[in-house]
Design a protein around this ligand. Structure first.
Ligand code: SAM
Length: 84
């Protein structure tokens, strides 16, 4: 299974790991193989959106952003356009 800290060491994701990696790892690990639904508010170019899909093995992924998302992300999850 994908390690959370390793996943977010990828380019453009370093900020999360430097400050909060182990904290998020401890919080998310129990859910990694569970059937969950997840909403990311502010998906930008989808870097983290793609990682959620890879990290959580059985996730129904939703995202919302006020900028128009990359249509390719629609293959990963359901995306809403709007102001949170
Ligand atoms: C720093 S980027 C998100 C990065 C992404 N979460 C990641 O880790 O790869 C912030 C995003 O939030 C969106 N955003 C900011 N304010 C928002 C709002 N009020 N409603 C919806 N999206 C918003 C911006 O359009 C931008 O795409």
């Amino acid at each position: 299974m994908l390690d959370f800290v390793e996943a977010f060491k990828r380019p453009k994701c370093g900020k999360l790991v430097v400050e909060h990696g182990e904290l998020y790892n401890n919080l998310f690990l129990p859910y990694q193989d569970k059937a969950i639904r997840m909403l990311e508010i502010g998906i930008w170019n989808g870097v983290s959106f793609k990682i959620w899909k890879e990290y959580f093995l059985n996730v129904a992924l939703f995202g919302i952003d006020m900028s128009i998302p990359d249509p390719a992300l629609l293959e990963i999850g359901k995306i809403f356009f709007g102001d949170q």
